[in-house]
Design a binder for this molecule. Structure first.
Ligand SMILES: C[S@@+](CC[C@H](N)C(=O)[O-])C[C@H]1O[C@@H](n2cnc3c(N)ncnc32)[C@H](O)[C@@H]1O
Length: 406
């Protein structure tokens, strides 16, 4: 039995990526590890009259189909989506609605294919507004951040529990991770950004009456003092329950889904550190993170000149510089990444995945590929891959690279 699903893309997705929306959707979908996905080569035209429906093969497993004037992404499964796979599909950054397609064998449907709605099961612990409310210059788009996180989660060997954004800004990755119920940790050199992200989260939790406690601590390093702000919160009730779906599935089939969602824990941690990302291994123990997600500095928002010793830098009691100043941000992100990768590699688990987005006008893909491999990561995509390249604006041509720690 072959089942065809159709996805209607979020109209906002087109606005984020313009002409590249389709390419990025294909690239994100192709990284999903769905259990019973039917690959095109295996199928011999699952659907007749393809010409009439305007089916276009646009990826290894994703097609595009025109139904009543609207374009849908479609894919074929050898079995119905399991609960875990439905969650993974529902969480794809471009998904607005999911349908199962039914093709009329006779004239029983007025329209063929008929679209049977499949309820999205994102299994989020927080409303999506946790990630959208904060708006600021230099914010990484939430849908794009969601895609980066999805790529890491899909490709990591282990069920994800701990997420690090080592260049977290005000914390978009952390908020997207919290929605999924992960422990989220961020490091940024810009103390003001870190404070704003932290204060926003605290307020959000207070307003939503989420039970939580918070803790602030300074950590002295040889050349500066980092500030660590941690929130521990009781894991909220899931907004709509994958557990319920799983129970139903278990009742119906007598077996539970192989791809179980991440283990339940009673509490979640959200932490923001103002410090230098090269010191990630001073803040966290080895092999702690399942995924590392970062959007590298774009070199376009730079204010002031680079300075190691700016007279405006705050000092602690012993005269050590406190990490706080955007002036530390280099125009070129390559030295930042090169200096931090050894430390990022240490704190990532084996089988863990690093996903980096960056501006191709600043760093070539080859340069980043070299840095990743030099530091012990295996490249997930073939060298020189262009699946994720997309234009953001005049000054930014963005790409994504994925590495794995073996
Ligand atoms: C593109 S922004 C990330 C934005 C973030 N994803 C968000 O949505 O808020 C890159 C970040 O890298 C930070 N950064 C630059 N150099 C750093 C360093 N050496 N250590 C830590 N953070 C650094 C910048 O302060 C900036 O916030």
């Amino acid at each position: 039995m072959m089942i065809t699903y159709a996805i209607l893309a979020n109209p906002g997705h087109n606005r984020v990526y313009f002409k590249s929306a389709k390419t990025l959707a294909v690239a994100e979908f192709d990284c999903l590890q769905l259990d019973d996905l039917a690959v095109w080569e295996v199928l011999e035209g699952p659907i007749e009259n393809t010409g009439k429906l305007g089916i276009e093969k646009i990826g290894r497993t994703l097609d595009s189909m025109n139904i009543a004037g609207l374009s849908y992404f479609t894919f074929n499964m050898q079995k119905p989506l399991t609960a875990a796979d439905l969650q993974a599909v529902s969480r794809l950054s471009f998904v607005y609605a999911i349908f199962e397609l039914r093709f009329a064998a006779d004239d029983s449907f007025v329209f063929s294919p008929a679209l049977i709605p499949v309820e999205r099961q994102v299994g989020y612990f927080f409303d999506e507004d946790i990630s959208t409310i904060l708006k600021y210059n230099g914010k990484t788009n939430e849908l794009f951040t969601r895609m980066l996180l999805n790529l890491g989660v899909s490709l990591a060997d282990n069920a994800v529990q701990n997420v690090l954004d080592p260049l977290c800004g005000k914390g978009t990755t952390l908020f997207e991770g919290l929605m999924c119920g992960y422990n989220v940790h961020g490091i940024d050199i810009d103390q003001k950004a870190v404070d704003e992200g932290y204060n926003f989260l605290k307020k959000y939790l207070e307003n939503g009456k989420y039970k939580h406690s918070s803790h602030k601590e300074r950590q002295g390093l040889p050349d500066y003092t980092a500030v660590r702000q941690t929130i521990t919160l009781q894991k909220p009730e899931i907004l709509e329950t994958l557990e319920t779906l799983e129970t139903l599935e278990t009742l119906e089939t007598g077996e539970s889904s192989e791809n179980a969602p991440s283990p339940k824990t009673a509490s979640i941690t959200a932490e923001l550190i103002s410090g230098d990302t090269k010191d990630a291994d001073q803040f966290y123990r080895k092999n702690y993170f399942d995924v590392i997600i970062a959007d590298l500095p774009y070199g376009v928002q730079h204010k002031g000149k680079n300075s190691e010793n700016n007279k405006n830098d705050k000092k602690d009691k012993k005269g050590k510089k406190i990490a706080q100043n955007k002036n530390w941000q280099s125009r070129n992100a390559l030295p930042i990444v090169a200096g931090a990768l050894p430390s990022w590699h240490k704190v990532l688990k084996s089988g863990g995945v690093i996903v980096l987005a960056w501006n191709l006008f600043l760093i070539t893909r080859e340069e980043l590929e070299n840095e990743l491999t030099k530091n012990g990561f295996t490249l997930v995509m073939p060298s020189g891959d262009t699946s994720f390249v997309h234009r953001v604006d005049q000054a930014i041509n963005r790409d994504v690279i994925i590495g794995k720690k073996q």
